[in-house]
Unconditional design. Structure first.
Length: 258
């Protein structure tokens, strides 16, 4: 546990450094290319951020394994595994829209024990350690007290292949939109998860997510006393999180296998 706290302090320092640089780089021209589809982007700032973090981790914890969005799996001998999204919300970053973040989860013996999500433009630091609660900028957060689905504000997102694969979340969206109070789409899964943890959104669901999108955020929601479900199926993870009173109803509407 002491070791987890020490690791988390290092992460916070590193993401602040990366975030500061992202804000500077965002104001300058940067290179960009597309990945799985024309709208799935990677910028040179994603790559720079990832390299910066990898160098810090390798210097401090040379035997830890690391999984990153842009460079994949890096083998390690220890029982620790880092899961990193250097910019979650790359499309937002590329459009200079402030909802983007750095998301870092650390697993110990296969279980996520540390989660840090830092949104530099909002200057919001979300953090959690397994069993110790969740905080936003140092203050404890918990999920909302909303009890009725028709008053709930719910977030979701749509996959990059939405135009070519009919499994694109539109059916789920149509089933849910008429039953809830409001819908939000921030463009960053990690920020969505943290908004549920902070009680600002009442629930969030999405499909085809990758482990680096959700590793840190799911722990932060759990530690904020939210309900969470995630299952890896074809093309990624299905995720539903929410405040307990409305979670079951949404789960029934989505009718995902449990
Ligand atoms: C994306 C964001 C987005 C979600 C996509 C993710 P990226 O991550 O989290 O909100 O809808 O599924 O891939 O590409 O910005 O790191
Ligand atoms: Ca992502
Ligand atoms: Ca990313």
């Amino acid at each position: 546990m002491e070791q987890w706290v020490a690791i988390k302090e290092n992460i916070k320092q590193w993401v602040r450094e990366v975030g500061k640089e992202q804000l500077v780089k965002m104001e300058q021209p940067f290179q960009m290319k597309s990945k799985s589809s024309d709208i799935d982007l990677v910028t040179e700032v994603d790559e720079w951020s990832e390299q910066f973090l990898m160098e810090k981790i390798k210097a401090e914890y040379p035997d830890h394994a690391i999984m990153t969005e842009e460079s994949g799996w890096h083998e390690g001998q220890a029982e620790y595994e880092w899961v990193i999204d250097p910019i979650d919300g790359t499309v937002n970053f590329a459009h200079r829209f402030p909802f983007f973040c750095i998301s870092i989860g650390v697993k110990h013996k296969g279980e996520t024990v540390i989660g840090v999500v830092y949104a530099p433009r909002l200057d919001e630091m979300y953090e959690a350690i397994k069993g110790s609660g969740a905080t936003l900028n140092g203050r404890t957060i918990t999920v909302s007290a909303t009890e009725q689905l028709n008053k709930a504000v719910v977030a979701t997102g749509f996959p990059y292949d939405k135009g070519t694969d009919p499994n694109n979340n539109v059916e789920n969206f149509n089933a849910i939109i008429t039953k809830i109070g409001g819908i939000r789409r921030t463009g960053s899964a990690a920020i969505d998860l943290c908004q549920v943890a902070a009680g600002r959104f009442d629930a969030y669901w999405e499909i085809k997510l990758k482990e680096w999108d959700i590793c840190a955020g799911l722990l932060i929601v759990e530690e904020a006393k939210g309900n969470t479900f995630s299952a890896e199926i074809e093309k990624g993870y299905q995720v539903l999180v929410g405040t307990p009173a409305i979670y079951d109803e949404l789960s029934t509407i989505l009718s995902w296998e449990k």
